[in-house]
Design a protein around this ligand. Structure first.
Ligand code: ADP
Ligand code: MN
Ligand code: MN
Ligand code: MN
Length: 379
């Protein structure tokens, strides 16, 4: 493995003075890659509205064509504490705008927000209905830790048969040669997210060599995207310090059985209330009838082809199959959609769509599942 650089970090520089560092964080045209740049302001912002607008060059098209490279406005939308330089410094998530009124074409947050508002306000009267939907989302982010060549750092194909191996939750170097440094990255990420105020729910050692997962949520409405994006940013920043790469690609090593998911968990107030399982079953029925290609494109606007590679990869037993919709409590691994065991016991809760990949665009996906289950837009 490549030597990790974590122990080479210089000691923390003490902070003096009153000025505050804002690390502006934004998603590029891919919908899952994070970028950042930093500015210094005179006083600590108390809310995101106090963070100034900025600008940045970005491709205003998911294909990243040269002619679509535009100078656009960066608008702060969510503010977190900075786990790298500590309070009062901040991480500031932004989305892209053409003008103050016109969102950029790559701004999937804007349309997501509009759809979420439709759920909680009567379109004719503008009033809140008696029982608003109050959508909640949770995303399970899987990723691989790799060295510079893109190969998972604990991968030993001569030693293990990964197709029959079950590594999930296992501890010990006998199963994975670099699990110690991977676990340290995963746990430090968890602590950094908690410091920042990112709504992380836990982490788990996943099934493949050097594969890990953490969960974000449940978050209400559009905030699922803000929290997932900031968690991804913190993960990549920490990996930089360790001298390691992390990849969110669903099939990081083509032709291998390795695949990463971004399971999407969803509920409405009706599903969470007593007896809500009937609404969960209704939503699953809507999903089963929805055009799968259209929905997968919402889940992952730029890398649908990579997700299709994952869903047609027959050498991995750990994911659903393309165009074979199932909701099967007895075969979790291959099920497209799942009702978790405790939801069945409690007869209320949420459902899990297991088809989205690890490069899921959280805003587009949250909007997509609402359009499919509630508005029936893909029937
Ligand atoms: P599993 O690996 O069994 O699929 P996890 O524990 O990894 O389950 O993930 C469960 C996910 O479900 C988490 O992201 C969590 O935030 C989310 N979740 C829990 N309750 C709800 C709910 N009521 N509505 C939406 N998402 C939820
Ligand atoms: Mn999980
Ligand atoms: Mn998982
Ligand atoms: Mn899951």
């Amino acid at each position: 493995m490549t030597t990790h650089k974590y122990d080479l970090m210089i000691p923390e520089i003490p902070y003096r003075g009153n000025r505050v560092v804002l690390e502006y964080v934004f998603v590029n045209h891919t919908g899952f890659e994070l970028c950042s740049k930093t500015r210094v302001v005179e006083k600590e912002p108390k809310c995101v509205e106090e963070c100034p607008l900025w600008d940045n060059y970005m491709w205003n098209d998911v294909h990243g064509r040269l002619e679509d490279l535009k100078d656009m406005i960066l608008k702060p939308v969510a503010m977190f504490e900075n786990p790298f330089y500590k309070s009062p410094h901040k991480l500031v998530l932004c989305d892209f705008w053409i003008s103050k009124e016109q969102p950029a074409a790559i701004n999937t947050r804007y349309t997501c927000k509009k759809t979420m508002e439709k759920l909680d306000y009567d379109q004719d009267t503008g009033y809140r209905p008696k029982q608003p939907f109050e959508p909640w989302f949770g995303i399970e982010q899987e990723y691989f830790v790799t060295s510079d060549d893109g190969i998972p750092i604990s991968y030993e194909p001569d030693k293990f048969d990964y197709e029959s191996m079950v590594l999930v939750t296992k501890i010990g170097h006998q199963h994975a040669k670099n699990v110690g440094i991977e676990r340290e990255l995963s746990n430090r990420h968890l602590m950094a997210c908690l410091y920042a105020g990112v709504d992380i729910g836990g982490n788990i050692r996943e099934n493949d060599a050097s594969q890990w997962e953490y969960q974000i949520g449940p978050c209400s409405g559009v905030s699922i995207g803000d929290h997932l994006n900031m968690s991804r940013y913190i993960l990549h920043r920490l990996a930089e310090m360790f001298g390691l790469r992390v990849t969110l690609h669903p099939v990081p090593v083509h032709g291998s059985p390795f695949t990463s998911s971004g399971h999407l968990n969803f509920s409405t107030s009706h599903m969470r209330a007593k007896g809500g399982i009937k609404f969960i079953r209704h939503a699953i029925d809507m999903l089963s009838k929805s055009d799968e290609d259209a929905l997968l494109k919402m889940y992952d606007p730029t890398l649908t082809h990579e997700n299709k590679e994952r869903l047609t990869n027959t050498s991995s037993p750990w994911h659903p199959q393309l165009h074979k919709f199932t909701c099967d409590a007895t075969n979790k691994a291959k099920s497209s959609v799942r009702i978790p065991p405790l939801v069945i016991v409690n007869e209320c809760g949420y459902l899990e769509d297991r088809r989205p990949s690890s490069t899921i665009d959280p805003y587009a996906a949250a909007e997509g599942i609402v359009k499919a289950c509630v508005f029936g837009d893909f029937l």
